[in-house]
Design a protein around this ligand. Structure first.
Ligand code: 6R9
Length: 687
């Protein structure tokens, strides 16, 4: 196989086109978009490339077509070159999407914590690894790679002392403090599998995740603090694990020193044990396909799934995409400014594993975009010399609302790349990001990906101009297609369909914990040979991709993914509720809001509406978490629209909630058409 760097000279464009078609069935539209990629905006392409050497990154020296034609070789070369392997791999891509199998670098061995820490110590021990921007802006702290190493090694030894072994799952329920990174990497060091649960989840939600992961050890903090408000995290965990004997140890970090209840024999103050532990703990040699972590995520049905990510492919893909999308190089001196929480995949991939694998410092942001003022993000950018910035459209919309006076341009001169993730970015927010934050000059990267993909899949390329609200181009080696309802690929331009992926990338999730069948059924069974994303997308006349939103019953509230069934199940636990149907509806700040249609039992139809609405909101907060609190609770006193076979017609409910009632589509199958009029009238009263 020729080396990738020689590919440019060896293969002609025509030859590559044939290869791409043969290898990946690349559609004509894709080819067209690729030609644009190579040819569009040559001026800007030149300007961007000038002055920077991309010699250490393979993908950007490739055209997209080359990357697809030689995808296995490209990923293999990057993995071999960028990661430190205990044992080199000889197997590369053994994936087979038609069977739901994803496997990369199978016989290679490595350790993730060694890749994120140890190998940087000889040259960069005193470089900042973590920039902790505490809730109080005056208390920021920097942690060097050496300090990171000491803490991770000590904590790894403490975990061992509590009986944690290779393969065991450790649940981490922590706010954005250095301890969350120590905990993830300490698990990785000893081969344990971490399961981080976002600290905003309720006790019920944490409990079900601890139970599913069968964790014996949980790591938490006494309290957390956000926007000046103290949140009793340990107390919530105590409620979660009440009468749950499987949990043998609760390792408690101290964030806001206050009295916290400690159960003797189970709960310990972990900093005391770390101080007494050795700062040296040998890293386990792990197989590339050994699990690194579980992360629970919502789907359209059933309980949240524990997606399993593995070691070699995941590290390869997070580092490579960070380089490709954000133009970051090994040991760049500016810390990467990803404002996501480690409780979500963005925090895993672009706060922790991507930057640290490359030896780049990373921001841990504990606060909110508006605390103490809406200038917070820009103060952080300025103080910590951030040049690559990554946030969500919801945060941007919140800041837009607060007014431009809070954006201090002089503090933002350094910003060159502005990323967006988690939900579709509306054109207004995109333009504001570009003009007001980016001074018209910064590159806007709207990045589309999912917990399942592990890393960014579609984003505008650095060398092209973005389009307001479009994710645009597949990254190197990524092969997206649009499918029609029968599962046939939709060719051409100016078309829409279900977004699917046609080739396995190294960072994709490998399975659902303890339920491989569910993984296969959810993602690979609907259309053989494809990974089904659950999103819809449009390919515009230039071949650029626009994500149009979920096509299933998943909603996206402030970038938090939520199954409507989860909210319905919570509502149904209330004795007054006969049935509930939950849909998303457009929300000016959150992107999507939560609209609940609730039919009450006859015995409760005259209950005080406001009191009942409060109780129902409370129930959802308790079952899931505050971020899932419903925006609208609509008592559907004459019933929900159903087909004659009794199925709730959610399509109609979505339209009613959105106020799109001019064209309700086909209503001929409704069993009681008159309920629709009642619902529309009531909705107009509520909103
Ligand atoms: C990384 C992350 C995944 C879902 C995904 C899609 C939505 C993410 C997006 C986007 C439009 C973007 N989504 N990025 N929609 N444009 N740039 O967010 O993972 O929490 O699993 O959510 O989020 O609907 O399917 P996750």
């Amino acid at each position: 196989v020729p080396s990738v760097s020689t590919v440019d000279s060896v293969l002609s464009k025509a030859c590559l086109k044939r290869l791409a078609i043969a290898d990946a069935g690349t559609s004509q539209a894709l080819l067209k978009s690729v030609e644009d990629l190579d040819d569009a905006h040559p001026k800007q392409a030149k300007g961007r490339r000038a002055g920077r050497s991309h010699g250490d990154i393979l993908p950007v020296t490739h055209t997209y077509l080359q990357s697809v034609a030689q995808r296995q070789q490209m990923f293999a070369e990057y993995a071999a070159k960028t990661l430190t392997w205990r044992k080199a791999f000889s197997k590369v891509d053994e994936s087979d999407l038609s069977e739901g199998v994803v496997s990369w670098f199978k016989d290679g061995r490595l350790n993730a914590s060694e890749n994120c820490i140890d190998r940087h110590l000889p040259t960069h021990a005193h470089r900042t690894a973590l920039v902790w921007e505490t809730d109080n802006p005056d208390h920021a702290q920097k942690i060097t790679f050496q300090q990171l190493s000491d803490n991770v090694n000590r904590l790894a030894n403490v975990l061992k002392a509590h009986g944690v072994k290779r393969g065991d799952r450790v649940t981490i329920y922590l706010p954005m403090m250095p301890a969350i990174v120590y905990s993830m990497l300490a698990c990785a060091r000893i081969g344990a599998v971490h399961s981080v649960v976002f600290a905003g989840f309720s006790d019920t939600a944490v409990r079900s995740r601890i139970e599913d992961a069968e964790s014996k050890v949980v790591i938490t903090a006494d309290n957390s603090i956000r926007a000046g408000k103290i949140i009793p995290l340990k107390k919530t965990l105590d409620a979660a694990i009440k009468d749950l004997p499987q949990v043998e140890s609760v390792l408690t970090f101290s964030r806001v020193a206050r009295d916290v209840p400690m159960q003797s024999g189970r709960d310990v103050f972990v900093e005391d044990e770390m101080a007494a532990a050795s700062p040296v703990c040998n890293a386990e040699s792990m197989g590339a396909e050994d699990p690194l972590f579980l992360l629970y995520t919502s789907g359209s049905t059933g309980k949240p799934k524990g997606l399993v990510h593995t070691t070699g492919g995941y590290l390869t893909y997070t580092a490579m995409t960070l380089q490709t999308v954000f133009d970051i190089h090994k040991y760049d001196s500016d810390p990467f400014g990803c404002f996501a929480d480690c409780g979500w995949i963005t925090g895993h991939s672009y706060v922790v594993y991507g930057p640290l694998t490359l030896g780049v410092g990373t921001l841990l942001f504990e606060s909110t975009p508006t605390f103490p003022t809406p200038s917070r993000y820009w103060d952080v950018v300025h103080r910590h010399e951030i040049s690559k910035f990554y946030t969500s459209p919801t945060a941007l919309r919140t800041l837009i609302k607060a007014g431009n006076k809070h954006v201090h341009r002089h503090k933002l001169k350094r910003l060159s790349i502005l990323g967006s993730v988690g939900e579709p970015i509306n054109a207004d927010a995109w333009q504001w990001y570009k003009d007001v934050v980016g001074g018209g000059k910064a590159h806007i990267a709207d990045t589309w990906w999912q917990t399942e993909t592990g890393g960014i899949m579609i984003a505008p390329r650095l060398q092209t101009l973005g389009k307001a609200g479009a994710a645009m181009h597949p990254l190197p080696g990524v092969v997206p297609v649009l499918l029609d309802a029968q599962g046939a690929e939709i060719q051409g331009v100016d078309v829409s369909g279900a977004l699917a992926l046609k080739a396995a990338t190294p960072g994709m999730a490998r399975t659902v914990f303890k339920d491989h069948q569910r993984y296969v059924d959810t993602y690979f069974r609907p259309h053989k040979g494809y990974y089904i994303t659950g999103d819809g997308a449009r390919r515009d006349k230039d071949g650029h991709i626009w994500i149009t939103g979920r096509v299933d019953d998943v909603i996206n509230v402030s970038g938090h993914r939520l199954g409507t069934a989860e909210v319905e199940n919570a509502l149904q636990t209330h004795p007054a509720v006969a049935e509930a149907a939950v849909v998303g509806f457009p929300h000016a700040i959150k992107g999507e809001g939560i609209y609940c249609f609730v039919n009450l039992k006859d015995t409760h139809k005259s209950t005080d509406a406001e009191a009942l609405q409060n109780e129902l909101r409370q129930i959802v907060r308790k079952e899931i978490g505050g971020f899932a609190s419903p925006d609208v609770i609509h008592f559907a006193l004459t019933g929900l629209p159903k087909t004659r076979s009794g199925k709730v017609m959610r399509r109609i409910l979505r339209k009613i909630a959105a106020g799109n009632t001019e064209d309700l589509g086909d209503t001929s199958t409704l069993s009681e058409p008159q309920v629709v009029g009642d619902l529309i009238a009531k909705r107009n009263e509520l909103l």
